[in-house]
Design a protein around this ligand. Structure first.
Ligand SMILES: Nc1ncnc2c1ncn2[C@@H]1O[C@H](COP(=O)(O)OP(=O)(O)OP(=O)(O)O)[C@@H](O)[C@H]1O
Length: 616
């Protein structure tokens, strides 16, 4: 937990994002507004004094100036109020957008995904992003602007005190001291409310997850088929009640306390009013002084009484603290990504010799060693197939190859250089990966494919070539707007693709990366959703890439991988068999056993029917 000074600084920092001219204008407006009550008190006192001392014909001349000043103050107050709202809105927008961009950049900058997988980091990211739709009580802009307003109101306080001091020296401390106590109590209440809110947020998020299930297209099909819609609505209600009942209870408690706080600031005010009225009645205090004291002490009480900013500041500090904690957790990794970008010259220019050298790996927070001293070479431009049973560690190997995790033992090299030394960005430009659970972006077909290499301007010729090679060109022909069609029916003019069509789109994404410079293409079950004939065609086209780029292919369909230059079997965290299909069959080991089972399934017609000779 940071010191109070550091916490105050937390919310001043984001003010920089509002940019100096806007910030200066806002500060100017707030300072003028803060000075208005004291100035009004003085103008009123002068007016009353002139009325008293100039009865009769001179009254108009004598009161013209203070009346003019009074009118000017009213006008200034109105104009300042009208200007402040839009400027605060603009500043809030700038501050929150800059803050959220920083959080997102921090999470995407960390080169590996190890830390992102922990629930604690995910919680920090959600809190740091401070999205109101994500059950955030207040955003950094609410807090930063709240601090600015509190600072301005301190200036107003000082002005009101100065006016009071001119007439009744003791009035200011009599109102100020209980007022300060009141502020302290309000801060404690805001902290208590924020604590209750924080405890309820998890319920809010659970409710949100159920709502997503109720309204998204995929789950809504299941809930209709299985008829559990009402059950899910019930869950949403339970979570929302669990979220809001404690906060409502807290709000009621705070409302009850409001009386005691009103008494805390109201009583000294009444005392001041009674004493100065008595002095005025006895003639010890002039009527104009009485007017000034009454007006100034009233504005003093207003500054010290109820203000939403106490809550704004306290609640917004949560998001800023979460951001700084996130920086502490991800900072070293993210900073590394920022400061050690791979010099492009170090990055392999074409296909490279990639080697797993005695690589071991255990997922963070788990005990089981998934890879145990794995040694494997991926030769430049070869087509290498990796096979193995479920859970053998094939996808894990791919994640290490993509640099998403670092080996816990051994190293992975490209042409002899540890890929960790190449810098995350540099290495990833070299590798293009299709993951088993690839992402379907709700973007146009062109964007979905061009994301394969976002570091270069979109290359239409490379898009067309990649579409042709992946078979996606046939899908494109049927899209209403071709490349510009959004790949989501929830978008205007958009369409939904089938599982196999998506796989072709994602293959095109990976091939686009190869055509724009990647030297290693890694495909984790890229054809699982394709029919046998399409898979066969895709495989042949991939095989044509030998030489231009190395291709690593993971597949459970052994008939698909048999044409690979080399096949390796991953078993028990190590490579246990390696060779061509014929060599492995001749070896009569585990691969041969697996192949025999699959061939038998084909023979008996249990699997997709295909002409085996066609696959040879
Ligand atoms: N993020 C993770 N955290 C912890 N353990 C994981 C994680 N991802 C995978 N594992 C574990 O690592 C082991 C290897 O998983 P991996 O996905 O690499 O296997 P695979 O060979 O690709 O399997 P499949 O053929 O079913 O896709 C499994 O026991 C799995 O439970």
């Amino acid at each position: 937990m940071k010191s109070r000074g550091a916490r105050v600084a937390l919310l001043f920092g984001p003010l920089r994002d509002a940019r100096p001219p806007l910030l200066a204008a806002l500060v100017g407006l707030l300072v003028v507004q803060a000075a208005l009550p004291a100035a009004t008190a003085l103008a009123t006192a002068t007016l009353v004094s002139r009325v008293q001392s100039n009865p009769g014909a001179d009254l108009f001349d004598a009161t013209l100036v203070p009346l003019g000043a009074f009118g000017a103050l009213l006008l200034i107050g109105h104009v300042m109020g009208a200007l402040t709202a839009p400027l605060e809105h603009l500043a809030a927008m700038r501050i929150d957008v800059a803050h959220r961009s920083r959080v997102l950049r921090l999470t995407t900058m960390s080169p590996t995904i190890e830390a992102l997988e922990t629930p604690e980091v995910q919680r920090l990211i959600r809190r740091a992003r401070a999205q109101p739709a994500n059950w955030t009580e207040r955003t950094p802009a609410d807090g930063a602007l709240g601090r600015l307003r509190r600072l301005a109101s301190l200036l107003g306080l000082a002005g009101a005190c100065a006016v009071l001091a001119q007439y009744v020296w003791w009035a200011a401390p009599v109102v100020l001291v209980p007022g300060a106590v009141n502020q302290y109590l309000r801060h404690r209440q805001a902290t208590a409310f924020t604590d209750v809110w924080r405890k309820g947020v998890e319920h809010g998020r659970h409710a949100e997850a159920w709502v997503e299930g109720l309204t998204a297209v995929g789950p809504s099909m299941e809930l209709r088929v299985f008829g559990f819609g009402e059950w899910m609505v019930d869950r949403v209600q339970q979570h929302l009640r669990a979220m809001f009942e404690p906060t409502w209870e807290m709000s009621r408690k705070l409302l009850r306390n409001e009386w005691s706080q009103f008494l805390l600031i109201g009583t000294p005010l009444v005392v001041v009013y009674l004493v100065v009225s008595r002095d005025a009645a006895r003639g010890a205090l002039g009527v104009s002084a009485l007017t000034a004291v009454l007006t100034a002490s009233w504005s003093l009480v207003q500054s010290l009484g109820y203000s939403e900013d106490v809550r704004n500041i306290r609640a917004a500090t949560e998001g800023m603290l979460a951001y700084h904690q996130l920086r502490d957790v991800l900072g070293p990794q993210a900073a590394e990504a920022e400061t050690v970008p791979a010099p492009r010259s170090e990055r392999p220019a074409g296909p490279a010799l990639v080697a797993f050298e005695d690589v071991s790996f255990t997922y963070p927070g788990t005990e089981r060693t998934v890879l145990k001293g794995l040694n494997l070479e991926i030769r430049p431009g070869e087509l290498l197939a990796v096979v193995g049973l479920n859970g053998a560690g094939k996808s894990t190997m791919i994640k290490l190859l993509a640099g998403l995790y670092r080996p816990t033992g051994g190293r992975i090299t490209a042409d002899g250089t540890d890929i960790a030394d190449l810098g995350a960005a540099g290495w990833r430009e070299h590798v293009s990966v299709v993951f088993q659970d690839f992402v379907k972006y709700r973007l146009s077909a062109a964007d979905n494919v061009a994301l394969g290499n976002a570091t270069v301007p979109v290359d239409r010729a490379a898009l067309d070539t990649a579409a042709k090679e992946s078979g996606f060109d046939a899908v494109l022909e049927r899209l209403p707007d071709g490349w510009d069609t959004p790949l989501s029916r929830t978008r205007t003019g958009g369409v939904d693709l089938s599982g196999g069509q998506w796989q072709q789109a994602v293959l095109a994404r990976a091939l686009y990366a190869v055509h724009t410079g990647a030297g290693l293409l890694v495909l984790d079950e890229p054809t699982a959703h394709l029919d046998v004939r399409t898979e066969f065609e895709v495989f042949n086209r991939l095989a044509e890439h030998r030489g231009r780029a190395g291709v690593v292919l993971i597949s459970h369909r052994l008939s698909t991988v048999r044409q690979a230059d080399r096949i390796v079997l991953l078993d028990g965290g190590r490579i246990t068999e390696a060779g061509t299909h014929d060599e492995l069959i001749a070896l009569g080991g585990r691969y041969a056993g697996l192949f025999a089972i699959q061939a038998e399934r084909f023979r008996l017609g249990y699997d997709d029917l295909a002409d085996e000779s066609e696959l040879r």
